[in-house]
Design a protein around this ligand. Structure first.
Ligand code: OGA
Ligand code: MN
Length: 390
């Protein structure tokens, strides 16, 4: 690693400097970003040089991508199909030198199946009893049916930027299962609702394919992005069992993901995440700093990436958790995704048989988190704060 990448300049650490660099780049200047969806997706020299010249101090050492082994026998083809995934033997999986436990799987979904997860993220998962950012400053009756309140407005919407955002477009995050508390940065036994069974099934298959049999999806954070959104530099360390992986699923427009080190002084590696891509952070990579500085139009240059074009096959396997959706529902989702990206991150919070420690001090039950607190500096904060320095 270049020595410059480890030094602080003007109080700004290497991660922050690169975060700012990528947040400001337009799509034509991103040759330094690893793209796992193109063969030999390593970045080419000139962009690295350009970034270094501009003071961004990209990792000058070559970024080495290698094929990663999956546990093919852990997931039957039938279970993969039920989750809307190709047989694991067909997946490609990659690792990155210097990041043991990091696994990147470019879109392993079957044609039409991503649409199910997109619809769940927009129509079903934001519903009560799940929790979303809008609950923090809106009366409960106003957030009961975001989909119903937004769909006509969304369908009518042109492409001009000035139009007001529908409620659905104001959605920033939804929490599932053990609801992450942005104030205390903790999960707790008394703030839990049932985790969606379809998403738990998908997560179990992906985790098993990556060598983590018995993974339990206990908490989810769904992130909703537009072209002006970013996700600040953070580590996901609130889960009590760090031996279990963190799973990340991306849909819609693309983004740049930065994967750093155990300290913010270490320069991160930049990679694209496209629609359908799955990322697994486990082992050494489970507690690394990461961020999403930028959301970008999909590389095909079309309104939606072509992997979202196809509808679901008419015959679904017995026990499929993926369901058909109506044309009307998909129209709304498609309109939303023209300028948006959705990311689902799934976590196991507790080890098998583990319980939450008794809460000490004040009883936090019923304490409402404030919108402000998750915008404060450090840890996984300042989520989706557009157009300001991280
Ligand atoms: C998270 C996260 C990354 C993404 O929710 O913790 O890191 O791609 N998300 O949205
Ligand atoms: Mn994270």
């Amino acid at each position: 690693m270049a020595a410059a990448a480890l030094t602080r300049e003007g109080g700004e650490d290497a991660f922050r400097r690169l975060f700012r660099f990528y947040r400001q780049r337009d799509a034509s200047d991103l040759r330094g970003v690893v793209d796992f969806s193109v063969p030999g997706g390593q970045p080419s020299g000139p962009a690295v040089a350009a970034a270094v010249q501009s003071g961004a101090h990209l990792k000058a050492a070559a970024i080495v991508v290698f094929r990663s082994q999956l546990s093919i026998s852990s997931v039957s083809d039938q279970d993969a199909y039920r989750a809307g995934l190709q047989p694991v033997s067909q997946w490609k999986a990659y690792g990155l030198n210097g990041y043991p436990g990091f696994i990147f799987i470019p879109n392993p979904f079957l044609p039409g199946c991503q649409r199910h997860w997109v619809k769940q993220c927009l129509k079903l998962y934001p519903q009560k009893p799940n929790v979303c950012n809008l609950d923090l400053h809106m009366a409960p009756e106003k957030t009961i049916d975001l989909w119903g309140q937004s769909k006509e407005q969304l369908k009518r919407k042109g492409s001009s930027k000035g139009e007001p955002r529908s409620l659905l477009e104001k959605l920033r995050w939804v929490t599932l299962g053990y609801h992450y508390n942005w104030d205390t940065k903790k999960y707790s036994a008394n703030h839990h609702t049932p985790f969606p069974s379809d998403l738990a099934f998908l997560s179990e298959q992906v985790a098993a394919a990556c060598g983590f049999r018995g993974f339990q999806a206990q908490a989810g954070i769904l992130n909703y992005y537009h072209f002006d959104s970013s996700l600040g530099i953070h580590v996901d360390e609130s889960e009590l069992d760090h031996s279990r992986p963190l799973l990340s699923f991306s849909f819609g427009q693309s983004s740049i993901f930065l994967l750093g080190g155990l300290r913010r002084e270490e320069a991160p590696t930049a990679m694209f995440m496209h629609s359908g891509d799955i990322m697994v952070m486990s082992g050494f990579s489970r507690l690394l700093y990461h961020a999403v500085p930028r959301v970008l139009p999909n590389p095909e240059g079309t309104a939606l990436p072509s992997c979202l074009d196809q509808a679901l096959a008419s015959d679904l396997p017995v026990g499929s958790v993926v369901e058909h959706s109506s044309d009307e529902d998909w129209q709304v989702c498609a309109k939303y995704l023209q300028s948006s990206r959705i990311n689902m991150t799934i976590r196991q919070v507790l080890a098998e048989g583990q319980k939450f420690p008794e809460e000490s001090g004040t009883n936090r039950k019923g304490q409402a988190p404030s919108e402000e607190s998750h915008r404060k500096e450090n840890s996984r904060t300042k989520r989706h704060k557009p157009n300001t320095d991280s």
